[in-house]
Design a protein around this ligand. Sequence first.
Ligand code: NAP
Ligand code: MG
Length: 403
Amino acid sequence: MAKIKYNTPIVEMQGDEMTRILWDYIKEILIEPYVELNTEFYDLGLPYREQTKDQVTKDAANAIKKYKVGVKCATITPNAQRVEEYNLSNMWLSPNGTIRAILDGTVFRAPVLVNGITPYIPTWTKPITIARHAYGDVYKNSELRIDAPAKAELKVTYNDGRVETKQIFDFKGEGIIQGIHNTDASISSFARSCFNYALSTKQNVWFATKDTISKTYDHRFKDIFAEIYELEYKIEFEKAGISYDYTLIDDSVARIVRSNGGFIWALKNYDGDVMSDMVATAYGSLAMMTSVLVSPDGNYEYEAAHGTVTRHYYKHLKGEETSTNSVATIFAWTGALRKRGELENNAELISFANKLEKATVTTIENGYMTKDLAGLFNKQGVEVKPQNSKQFLEQIAITFDNI
Ligand code: NAP
Ligand code: MG
């Protein structure tokens, strides 16, 4: 059969360790037999980042701006031990941090659901996607310990000379204070990323803060979301048959637990940090969690939510067999290919991506899975057949050819 073609390249970012190995297997076994891959290749593996003084990471991020779609393998974020291991001239920054800073985006994380792996909240039959604002609040705070009676004030000195002050607290003894901030620009870009992602995945958006208590700070988030929705997205949402709803964070948590999933839960930075660990754990495994960075001007970067699985890589280097789960990395590829298909109205490419995802899930549902899932899986009449890293991919290819 002729291979599927598409016009504009996808930015391909190769990575490190075990995921680097899986990356090549996935291409060889599941993609290249069916698709004539057209990628602009950037090697973000640590040795080449070192060789280019990390320029390759910036070049890759700028290429995503140019081509709009990228797919990234997990990469090492160097620490002191890695500097020694790889003989680095510098403790290079996290590639994800660098790419986020250049693209200015919001990170969306969603679990891959499999019949046979029951979430701890069994009514969650559809995925819940967390959209976490990744700027400001408590992550960029200034805090002080108060060690004696004191008056604490907020003070703002404007560039035009105006000064505004407000009492925080009149301390009679020891205590603590904290100052936090956010910007209209960052909140607006967060809102647009959420609304664009909702349109691109045809899901409702729920946004939650605590504006009844934080009447200026959290209220500003609520207002910006509402304004941008009304002015820029309402008509498109109605056309797509999806909705935007705002609720208080505590009410939202109660509603999420009672829900069946299938929507985007937009959260401020801290709420998103806490709730994404809760949601990921409730669905089963980090190796089944997909992740995409969406920028406000519509660039998409797909990756797995997990790291380079170092422990398995060292086993692999010793010639031992590994059983590393490639699902999140396969879904990074299918996400990028589907997005490219959508941008080019390429129905064949879209249906390839959908079919590969279906084949992946069906393979697990038929009992073929890596060891991390074997202990979680429980489906009447299906025997678990643990696979090594490569066998699992070959099994998916067999399923793909048979559905
Ligand atoms: P990790 O690579 O996510 O692995 C932690 C453990 O989780 C593994 O040892 C393994 O448990 C399990 N695991 C994760 N993914 C798995 C998969 N696909 N299949 C099977 N098991 C899986 O996290 P880490 O060991 O903390 O970090 C390793 C490196 O990844 C670090 O250098 C870090 O900087 C980098 N990292 C990169 C990204 C990214 O690029 N997005 C994200 C996080 C971390 P068992 O060993 O028990 O089998
Ligand atoms: Mg966290």
